[in-house]
Design a protein around this ligand. Structure first.
Ligand code: ADP
Length: 318
């Protein structure tokens, strides 16, 4: 059974803004799932609907097997909101304990669980300091511990690595995998596509209130496998599988062109290398490549709008 199985979710806010226009979301149990989309796509609205904070206009489906948007299901969901602020006078340990109390976790269970969670997020030694003394990364760790205090089956994390340095981000990624290892489902909303790419089992890309892509990154980028070939002194185009593949100038390398061959087979690339060398060109790079999540994201978002976003150019080299 799916952890989240929502279809045809629409939300028109008072005033007429159509934030969601028929989104669907299928999140399997025990997955790390990335919810992606540009600003204004409707991600927060969708998360708020799952958290029963916003009432949908129409909706079908279930969350953790319950009819969606019934408050009963909240007992089994953990939530780390974006830009959360904990009361300044509390220590990290007290924050986790306090939120556990709010979630009606019995005191004895809470004690033991708070210690275990502080350990999980690497904050045991810092637990008695006030949250105001924490770095952004430490605040996020305490937030993640707090999101787990009700022993949830589904954990919704809004921008968990926002403002966190690279070492801290890696540690948070490892934490997400450990949380998944405990059998929980993790729904992550993040702008850092590289981060999501490293941990997410599946992703959904939402744009203008619709799901424009959903699946594993492998599934969604399957058709993008290619070989890239750089050569100096080659022709303007090479022939591959009966098709002309034009060369694109390599930045900062005068005379060098990149040819992109739509194949994942090294053997199919060899005749092109032979032809280039026979023509006197010097092959300087042969590399297998595929779309990154960022490429996929930009493609999904641009296709729909029919316009390029600033900085959205697809990079030939990485
Ligand atoms: P995202 O989280 O992807 O940035 P949001 O769900 O916040 O997107 O917003 C989707 C759209 O709904 C935006 O156009 C936003 O301005 C609008 N919106 C969000 N919240 C409200 C609200 N409470 N009232 C009216 N419009 C809203």
């Amino acid at each position: 059974m799916l952890a989240i199985d929502l279809r045809d979710v629409t939300k028109t806010y008072r005033g007429g803004v159509k934030a969601l226009r028929g989104v669907s979301l299928s999140v399997g149990r025990g997955e790390v799932f990335g919810l992606l989309g540009p600003n204004g796509a409707g991600k927060s609205t969708l998360v708020k609907i799952i958290m029963t904070v916003v009432r949908p206009t129409t909706l079908q489906g279930t969350v953790l097997g319950e009819p969606a948007c019934t408050q009963r299901v909240l007992e089994r969901i953990g939530y780390l909101p974006e830009h959360h602020r904990f009361p300044a006078y509390l220590t990290g340990r007290q924050v986790v304990d306090f939120l556990g109390a709010l979630a009606k976790v019995p005191r004895a269970v809470r004690r033991e669980r708070t210690e275990r969670l502080l350990e999980l997020v690497g904050m045991r030694d810092w637990g008695d300091r006030r949250v105001t003394t924490y770095s952004k990364g430490m605040q996020q760790r305490i937030g993640i511990a707090a999101a787990l205090v009700n022993d949830p089956q589904l954990v919704v994390l809004d921008e968990p690595t926002d403002g966190v340095d690279p070492v801290g981000r890696r540690e948070i990624r490892d934490m997400l995998l450990r949380i998944r290892g405990e059998g929980r489902t993790v729904l992550v909303n993040s702008h850092l596509l590289g981060e999501v790419e490293m941990v997410a089992d599946r992703v959904a890309i939402v744009n203008q209130g619709l799901t424009v892509a959903q699946g594993t990154i492998e599934e969604l980028t399957r058709d993008s496998h290619r070989y890239e070939l750089d050569a100096v002194g080659g022709p303007a185009a090479v022939t591959f599988a009966g098709r002309e593949c034009p060369g694109a100038a390599v930045p900062d390398r005068p005379g060098a062109l990149t040819y992109v061959l739509p194949t994942r087979e090294a053997a199919e690339v060899q005749p092109v290398i032979d032809a280039l060398r026979a023509a006197g060109a010097v092959v300087t790079r042969v590399e297998r490549a595929r779309e990154t999540l960022e490429d996929l994201f930009v493609r999904s978002v641009v296709d729909r709008d029919g316009r390029a976003m600033p900085g959205a150019a697809r990079e030939a080299r990485r």
